[in-house]
Design a binder for this molecule. Structure first.
Ligand code: 26Y
Length: 803
């Protein structure tokens, strides 16, 4: 049906009529979207079936990627591109006077994630399928993804997100494969054949119903699966209030929890974690049993990867199944489990490591808790043998301590590999945060520097730049991103640079139009687009950026000789609803924007834009238009960052600290092609260990800082009264935990260098080209190949597919 535009048109019109019982004339864009979505799903169904069939019959090892978040964004455009049918469809529709772009635009993002960790999972799925690797995702089908953000009077307002309201063409409900997950209840000891064993009984059952979404590889026949679990009532219990049971059950997959540190919803979050893990493991095991009739070879045929600690209960859950259902001995079950599971850590912030109060944990998951107790006891014994008498060390490393279950400790003990997500992050884990564990299990630790799928963040998001690249070096880079390095030969080529300039201008104009439409702010598309888009967090230091803007404004007002290249500062960020400080920073950005944008004296040079509701689909317009990529976290705090890679690939220059993947970006392109500033990780760590930082000193000795900080609270920002006092206090009274004032001067200097560099257009374009040329390393294809060979032991099924 997609072989040529005529047959596509016929199939499309027929499908439209059959599905909606409407004539073409009466149909809406929404109808067109769903019709096209259904057609694509039907089109790939035979490849989907045969991929599964091949995986089964060839007995090839599979990897299952368990993640509490999958931030997929829109699927239609990417699927058409990967199938290589986007042009046919576009032309076919255009003959009917329908714009494919308009159809693509009405798709609501699948926003089942908060940020980096969820988007990484989505990029990995694309790479797995495109590399013909047998790898599948398991997640939760949240009814409401991450909240929709509205900005009202400068403040963030959260509205429930409703991505399923118009239905979802990509998913297939598989009721026949539903699985029961049990909460609460008790543990019963039974004696069978003279052996004691345990059983979880009298639990409250929840039915996990799978919804499968095809994951279509780029121009290949592989179609992998993302399985999302929906929580539904199981058989209705007789003794309970039926409505109450229904409500409680459905609540399990109702909302994605924003990444916050707040108490509410704690128990529900733990329920979600176990729900994901138990349903996924039971389903993986069922498939394995069907093929092999035994679980003794489970670890040879299955790798299970846990994306941070959120799915770490996979470890005791697999133990539970092997012990209680499969009746294995502890040692055998432990051997299989600890050779099946691998774990990625995404943070060094110790306050972000998950710890669950035992009081809350044990009643909800009594059998799983018992197993964790046993794992802990055996682990502590092992420690005792290695470190006799070293109680302190054992207490620090225990899984259960001080009334808490320490999820990261469980993850390290029960996994065969543990990795960080950028070189510096893995080093910090080894040398500091997880030092004791590294000493005990040196061979488990390894690095896997993150990556992004260049097929979404370049090929799809930036077709103009993609065409230019292909004109110059051919299209090999799409399958082999490393060959982007061939551009290095052209970084001084005037016609390539001219092309790059034209593309950037085009994309800046497009973003300028979107900004005007959304915010009413008219921006100069020849100004420098200086962008910071990411979750709002203190450590990411959006505050440093906004304080610098206030400083620039002051200089422009006060110093007639001060001149800058016109600059537009663009922000996009969601703050966790309960994260009080982060919400203040959003309001501050908007208050500063109000003053700056309305001052006729400065507005030709300075504009500030806060884009509402930052999400994957909006990001696809932002990265291609950026000149400067703000990656300004306090060194040592950002595990990797992946936005930095999306910017680089689209030719923006990084202005950043030596943190996360910035370090590797700067190594790749060389010091002359990035703007690095600020404290180094060792310096931050040394301050933290030895003290010696006094924020007040920087306030007293730097007039620029004083002026800017006073203006937070002295009425300079209209109608804000004492609103920003907490920010002021965090910097001075609480001694500036993230070293904003310490890095201020260095940041100002780096920004001056940006300003000067931009004046030399040719030089800037060369730097931009160099960044694109070296971005291939940061493709998730490279990352996934490393995971596949070093951790999972899985292989491409390409040869099998072609048979
Ligand atoms: C509270 C809890 C359940 C929770 C939920 C979400 C905790 C953390 C998160 C999300 C963390 C996250 O997105 N981390 C980011 O992962 C990226 C991918 O590895 C990194 O690039 C980025 O530096 C890191 O902050």
């Amino acid at each position: 049906m997609f072989s040529d535009k005529k047959s596509f048109q016929e199939a499309f019109l027929k499908k439209l009529e059959m599905t909606y019982g409407k004539s073409f004339k009466e149909s809406t864009v929404q109808d067109h979207y769903h019709t096209l979505g259904n057609m694509v799903r039907e089109y790939i169904s035979s490849d989907w079936i045969s991929t599964n069939e091949i995986h089964r019959s060839s007995h090839t090892k599979q990897v299952y990627y368990l993640s509490i978040e999958f931030l997929l964004g829109r699927l239609l455009g990417q699927n058409l591109l990967n199938l290589g049918i986007r042009e046919v469809v576009k032309e076919g529709l255009s003959d009917l006077n329908i714009s494919l772009e308009n159809i693509e635009e009405i798709e609501v993002d699948a926003g089942l994630g908060n940020g980096g960790l969820g988007r990484l999972a989505a990029c990995f799925l694309d790479s797995l399928a495109s590399l013909n690797l047998p790898g599948h995702g398991y997640g939760i089908r949240y009814k409401h993804g991450l909240f929709d953000q509205k900005i009202v009077n400068g403040f963030q307002i959260e509205l429930p997100e409703q991505w399923l309201r118009h239905g979802n063409s990509w998913e297939v409900r598989k009721l026949d494969q539903a699985i029961e997950v049990n909460f609460w209840g008790e543990v019963e000891m039974v004696q069978e054949d003279g052996k004691f064993s345990f059983r979880h009984v009298k639990g409250e059952p929840v039915s996990a119903v799978p919804y499968d979404i095809p994951v279509i590889g780029y121009k290949t026949d592989t179609v992998n699966t993302l399985r999302l679990w929906n929580a539904e009532p199981s058989s209705f219990p007789v003794h309970k209030d039926v409505m109450e049971y229904k409500r409680q059950t459905e609540a399990v997959s109702e909302f994605l929890y924003p990444d916050d540190t707040h108490e509410d919803g704690k128990i529900l979050r733990l329920k979600q974690q176990y729900f994901l893990v138990s349903a996924s493991l039971q389903s993986i095991i069922r498939a394995h049993r069907n093929t092999y009739q035994t679980l003794t070879n489970f670890h040879e045929k299955v790798a299970i990867h846990i994306n941070d600690t959120h799915p770490v209960l996979a470890i005791p859950e697999l133990m539970r199944i092997l012990l209680d259902e499969e009746k294995m001995e502890w040692e055998d079950a432990w051997y299989i489990t600890s050779n099946t599971i691998s774990y990625t850590n995404h943070t060094t912030l110790s306050e972000a490591l998950e710890k669950w109060p035992i009081d809350l944990f044990q009643p909800l998951l009594p059998r799983v808790y018992m197993i964790i107790e046993e794992i802990n006891e055996r682990f502590c014994k092992e420690l005792w043998e290695s470190y006799p008498g070293d109680w302190q060390r054992i207490e620090n490393m225990a899984i259960l301590a001080h009334g808490l279950v320490k999820m990261a400790h469980l993850a390290i003990v029960g996994s065969y590999k543990v990795n960080g997500v950028a070189k510096i992050h893995t080093d910090i884990l080894k040398e500091r945060e997880m030092k004791d564990f590294y000493q005990f299990y040196p061979a488990k630790f390894n690095n896997k520097t993150n990556g992004i799928t260049h097929r979404r963040w370049l090929l799809k998001a930036n077709p103009q730049l993609s065409s230019l690249i292909t004109e110059v070096i051919g299209d090999q880079w799409i399958k082999q991103p490393h060959s982007l390095i061939k551009l290095q030969e052209y970084v001084k080529d005037p016609s390539f640079l001219q092309g790059l300039k034209t593309v950037k201008q085009q994309r800046k104009k497009l973003l300028a139009d979107i900004i005007q439409e959304q915010t009413g702010i008219k921006i100069d598309s020849n100004s420098i687009f200086d962008v910071q888009v990411k979750r709002l967090h203190a450590y990411k230091r959006q505050l440093l950026n906004v304080l610098h803007i206030m400083y620039l404004y002051n200089r422009l007002k006060e110093d007639p000789n001060f001149q800058i290249v016109p600059r537009t500062f663009i922000f996009g960020a969601k703050a966790s609803p309960g994260y009080y400080y982060a919400k203040k920073v959003i309001k501050l950005i908007n208050s500063v924007a109000d003053v700056v944008n309305h001052d006729p004296q400065t507005s030709p040079f300075l504009k500030v834009v806060f884009l509402e509701n930052y999400r994957v689909s909006l990001a696809e317009y932002i990265f291609p238009a950026a000149d400067v990529s703000e990656q300004i976290s306090t060194a040592s705090k950002e595990a990797s960052g992946t936005g930095n890679m999306k910017f680089m690939m689209n030719g923006a220059l990084t202005l950043g600290t030596m943190d996360g993947a910035n370090v590797e970006i700067s190594e790749a392109v060389g010091k002359d092609n990035v703007f690095i500033f600020g404290l180094k990780a060792e310096e931050v760590l040394s301050y933290q260990q030895n003290g010696g930082y006094r924020a007040y000193d920087y306030y007293h000795h730097d007039k620029r800082i004083r002026q800017v900080l006073e203006r937070l609270t002295n009425g300079f920002l209209p109608d804000t009264y004492d609103l920003f006092e907490p920010i002021y206090d965090s910097l001075l009274m609480q001694n500036d935990e993230y070293y904003v004032l310490r890095d201020f001067d260095s940041y100002v200097t780096a920004q001056q260098k940006v300003n000067e560099a931009y004046r030399n257009e040719n030089k800037w374009l060369q730097m931009s080209a160099t960044n694109i040329a070296h971005s291939g390393f940061f493709s998730s294809d490279r990352t996934i190949e490393e995971y596949a060979s070093d951790i999972w032991g899985i292989h491409s099924t390409k040869n099998l597919l072609n048979q």
